[in-house]
Design a binder for this molecule. Sequence first.
Ligand code: IMP
Length: 216
Amino acid sequence: MNPSEWIDIKEGDGHPVEHFVIPPHYSKDLDRVLVSHGLIRDRVEKLAHLIAKDSSKPLVACCVLKGAHVFFAQLMENLKKLKNAEGKSIPLSFEFIKAKSYENDKSSGQIKLSLSEEDLKSFKGKDLLIVEDIVDTGRTMVALVERLKQYEPASVRVVSLLLKKTDRSNRYVPDYVGFAIPDLFVVGYCLDYNEYFRDLDHIAVISEHGKKAYAV
Ligand code: IMP
């Protein structure tokens, strides 16, 4: 996807937390709301339309856990109602992949993937759609796509809700991107900081207080 096709969120963008309903247990832990839940939902609907238009065969949608699960659910909810460019509905099947690479707010340099050999072999000849919450350095996604390609799928496409604009990027750009965001650590909409903030609907910037409160 080209930068002109995604929503670009700039440094300093966002809204005061007080303007939204957020769980009171996080009242001191957020700096600002970066992307509201309503805007996320609208953008997910559009991403589903773009994916449907480009799909000609059944899709194996692979959710990258845990962070992408809400995005995945809303994307599939939209996709199953849509038709492809030939006016046909798109048969969908689901896979769930665990990938973990972070501790606190820094990359640990370790990428752990969990997929059974049986599941991987079943990808041969299939059209895969990897559904990810955020691409930061790009290392997780490059490693995951390389690994999946070894099992000879017919195609692999990647949709990520967020793409972080960071100097640490390996320049990997997903096929579909919801929002490009500044180089900040964000939480909510199932994105976590040490497993906290998944229960926040909006995507928000964590505060220094929040980082200290939930550090491991
Ligand atoms: P990458 O390998 O650096 O692209 O990292 C991708 C993974 O890091 C994502 O799937 C997330 O789990 C995690 N991650 C990166 N940035 C953030 C963030 O701002 N908030 C929450 N998780 C993040």
